[in-house]
Design a binder for this molecule. Sequence first.
Ligand code: BGC
Length: 275
Amino acid sequence: MFEDLAGKVVIITGAGSGIGKAMAEQFGEEKANVVLNYRSERHMDAMESSIKLIENAGGKAIKVQADISKENDIDHLIQTTVNHFGTLDIMINNAGFEKAIPTHEMPLDEWQKVIDINLTGAFLGAKAAVNQFLKEDKKGVILNTSSVHDKIPWPNYVNYAASKGGLKLMMETMSMEYAQYGIRINNISPGAIVTEHTKEKFSDPTTRAETLEMIPAKEIGEAEEVANVARFLASDLASYIHGTTIYVDGGMTNYPAFMGCLLYTSDAADEEDSV
Ligand code: BGC
């Protein structure tokens, strides 16, 4: 699909499940060299099956354990990648975490955990990737998996919304610093996507119906639909795209409550006709 991705070296953090797993498998389809990062051993089986898929598609893959919120672990992740594949072309800071807690009850460590994984982890990953790109004089690509909650407030998820809002300006600021070296940095912001993590809530009929109310396309998205955007943004076809966010959300960020105005407009027009 995107021929220039063949042979490129891509790190995907949080590749053991959900959107990260779909990205890893799609980069495999492009015959890329994929480094699947994970933190928890419970993702081992899923990762082994992704690695098989990638290799069967003609790509290469290794898995590297690292806690992306720790600088030493990130350095180990990049170093292992470069030792194994010789270089780094694409860094995808995808690992994320969310848990609902009302703000007035949120312990500091819960606030900190989400900020550490979602924001500090992406900062450390992006910083280390930029250093590697500068060292190699390479026009590398950095993508961050953000969220529609980089602009939509989310009650009970103040730490998550703060982390994603921060990730937006972090990405834009870094892009402004490094675009001059040909380094492209962009965010992908998914809306409601079915993954291992969200499957349960979206199979609850009430939650599902409430969620669909907020989506003009009236569909919950698939991880593959997000991963497709990562392939495109990482490819040379996106060569002039710097410092932007692509929302993959069925229109969720587009003020769906205003869909009611479609009716209002036609009623108003009828009234006018009858005057
Ligand atoms: C979250 C999902 C949520 C969606 C829309 C995403 O960032 O990960 O759990 O359904 O935003 O609210």
